[in-house]
Design a protein around this ligand. Structure first.
Ligand code: SF4
Length: 381
């Protein structure tokens, strides 16, 4: 079929635009989630100062970005859909049960209870009903949990649920919003951790009553502040550092908070793993080189693989002369070419040695000039 002309599409358009309406509808949904008191999920919060603002100056919140509201709403819909399906199949009951810790004045609600006794025989005959908690996550956060286990904040949140609901076990389902993959974690009640969490809430409850918020825990240019609805209000009166031109925003799409936090954590953990594996590699290399040197052997066979002793030639130099000249050669090779030309012209640098210094490995000419060769045992992998 022949596609219609683009001009014809333009003629069909009306002045009505749906995006502002849709954004408004999402924004209204989001407002239903506005804070009424301390929540068990606050144990996940990235900034206590921000919670203080939510209690004391909610009107100072900047207008929330539509894309954040839309993303938030999609997460809720996926969450509700998963729960509904489990509920219809009889795998979850007591859905959206309100939980309240009257001593700490903390509210929360778990997604439901799982009637395990309906599906399998329980050893001690008790009607076990673990708590169900469903979370949605982006790809990065999901992958991080696949690698390192349940997110600490989620773990703490379900600990509070279990404590309030007097339950010893919880199942946490995590739904990857980007790929549809699912993860499932079993969490057992952890009384030591519950004590720590409650202690934190007691201290935090006191600071919430202060007439001033706590100090800013994050720098203005941190991602936490970047995504905070109170950023403008929080930093009033603090002069901005002049920004260097190369760090100006380029106008491209900013990744959402969850994605950024997760990518930053993954990056750090991979960097740490990289450092640890480099160290380990060096230790192994030293042991293997010691074996070659001590045994005079040429190779080590590991299954179908081999580690072969290299017979690369290296040079023993007259160190005094070499150090002096290496220093000079390194210096000139890094310098600006115009300066080098001038130094050569002024007779400060020997033009021949300068040419040799451009080689990454010192060539035969330098070896001939400064040293004699020997054969070393190295490891090749
Ligand atoms: S702007 Fe930063 S320091 Fe201030 S409340 Fe928000 S996250 Fe906390």
């Amino acid at each position: 079929m022949v596609p219609i002309e683009k001009d014809q599409q333009k003629k069909c358009s009306t002045s009505l635009r749906l995006i502002p309406h849709l954004e408004d509808l999402y924004r209204k949904d989001y407002q239903k989630f506005q804070r009424k008191g301390l929540r068990m999920s606050d144990v996940n919060s990235v900034c206590e100062r921000r919670i203080w603002f939510e209690f004391h100056n909610p009107e100072k919140s900047q207008e929330i970005e539509p894309r954040k509201v839309i993303r938030f709403s999609h997460g809720n819909q996926i969450h509700d859909l998963d729960r509904q399906k489990l509920q219809i199949a009889g795998l979850v009951m007591n859905v959206e049960k309100e939980l309240y810790d009257s001593r700490l004045k903390l509210s929360g609600h778990c997604d439901g209870r799982i009637p395990i006794w309906k599906f399998e025989t329980v050893e001690d005959g008790r009607e076990k009903t673990p708590i169900l908690e469903i979370k949605t996550a982006n790809l990065y956060k999901f992958q991080e949990m696949e690698r390192s286990g349940l997110d600490q904040g989620y773990y703490d949140q379900v600990q509070l649920y279990m404590d309030t609901a007097k339950c010893g076990e919880a199942l946490v389902l995590v739904h990857n919003m980007d790929t549809g993959h699912l993860l499932e974690f079993t969490v057992l009640v952890d009384s030591v951790r519950i004590k720590q969490i409650k202690k934190w809430f007691r201290a935090f409850g006191k600071t919430l009553k202060n007439s001033e918020p706590s100090a800013r825990p994050h720098p203005r240019d941190s991602w936490q502040c970047g995504y905070c609805d109170y950023k403008k209000h929080c930093w009033i009166g603090v002069p901005e550092e002049p920004t260097s031109p190369e760090f100006k925003a380029d106008g491209s799409a900013v990744p959402d908070t969850e994605m950024l936090e997760s990518a930053a954590k993954t990056f750090l953990s991979l960097k740490r793993a990289e450092k640890a594996s480099k160290k380990e590699l060096e230790v192994c290399r030293a042991v293997i080189e010691q074996y070659f040197a001590a045994s005079g052997e040429k190779e080590i066979a590991i299954g179908d693989d081999k580690i072969i002793r290299a017979t690369k030639k290296s040079t023993v130099y007259d160190l005094d002369i070499l150090n002096l000249d290496l220093e000079m050669l390194r210096a000139v090779s890094k310098a600006q070419s115009a300066l080098i030309q001038k130094a050569v012209k002024d007779g400060l640098i020997d033009a021949t040695k300068f040419e040799l210094s451009k080689k990454i490995e010192f060539g035969e000419e330098i070896k001939a000039e400064f040293g004699k060769e020997k054969t070393n045992g190295n490891v090749t992998d």
